[in-house]
Design a protein around this ligand. Structure first.
Ligand code: ATP
Length: 251
């Protein structure tokens, strides 16, 4: 059974059909890619899957349950978390505080409205801090744990956002352009981390324009163009698909 299966998704903004009857599936344990030319509807599809925006139509099944009626933070609690094209870290909090806030979202608060609450600090602090530190070590950010997140580079913020997503031990992580605006050394580090986490059992759905990243990481790739499904297949099938090449060249 697929971990994620969405079908018939439609979203219009005014006259523009950003997503037009799109489907996508993600197998458990996979690294699945989502590619397409600029404006193809990829981020909108992510927003629909995670219910950051509500679809006009369509159905999303996650881990066997329909989730299209659930609020985003409930979806996160069920085990589907996401990152953003521009990493949404809280720059005036420390790197560690960013990590701990993610853990609090797991226990039922809306991520963007929470304060660090005393009972959480007392009850779980040591354990959560250890978990956070291990994750920060894994992305090479442990030495920055008590610096402001605002002091991180764009690439480091992406690593922090990914590590933060892992704090809730999710089943599926949606990554929106993890390599965009990141220097090549950090891109390699990000790819290594994704592969390691995948070997440890994490499933990924990744939007990415960097084809080297998609080709080296993904088991399966979905292609979207003008809001519609254009193709799905292995990276090499997609690379050699004439319709896909035309869609990209036509940009
Ligand atoms: P890119 O690769 O450039 O990030 P994308 O494939 O992620 O593009 P989307 O950002 O999903 O594409 O945009 C799809 C279409 O929907 C575009 O025409 C975009 O202008 C439009 N769109 C997306 N969000 C909104 C919005 N909130 N209001 C109006 N139009 C929107």
């Amino acid at each position: 059974m697929d971990l994620l299966a969405a079908s018939g998704l439609v979203k219009s903004f005014g006259g523009i059909k950003a997503v037009d009857n799109a489907e996508i599936t993600v197998a458990p344990g996979s690294i699945t890619g989502l590619i397409g030319p600029n404006g193809a509807g990829k981020t909108t599809l992510f927003n629909l899957l995670s219910n950051f925006i509500r679809p006009d139509k369509g159905r999303v099944i996650f881990d066997g349950e329909p989730i299209q009626e659930l609020q985003s933070h409930k979806i996160a609690q069920q085990g589907m978390v996401r990152t953003f094209q521009v990493a949404r870290t809280l720059s005036r909090l420390s790197v560690m505080e960013n990590m701990l806030l993610a853990a609090q979202s797991q226990i039922g608060e809306n991520f963007w409205q929470v304060q660090l609450q005393p009972y959480l600090i007392k009850k779980q602090e040591r354990q959560l801090q250890q978990q956070a530190m291990l994750l920060l070590e894994s992305v090479g950010l442990a030495h920055m744990a008590y610096e402001y997140a605002g002091a991180l580079s764009g690439g480091q913020r992406k690593l922090l956002e990914m590590a933060r997503a892992l704090m809730t031990k999710p089943k599926l992580i949606l990554l929106d352009e993890p390599a965009a605006g990141v220097n090549p050394t950090l891109i390699n580090q990000i790819c290594d981390r994704i592969q390691t986490w995948n070997r440890e059992g994490m499933t990924f759905l990744i939007i990415e324009h960097n084809m080297d990243v998609i080709m080296s990481l993904c088991d399966r790739v979905w292609v979207l163009a003008e809001g519609r499904n254009l193709a799905v297949g292995t990276p090499s099938e997609i690379q050699n698909n004439p319709e896909v090449l035309t869609a990209y060249l036509g940009q």
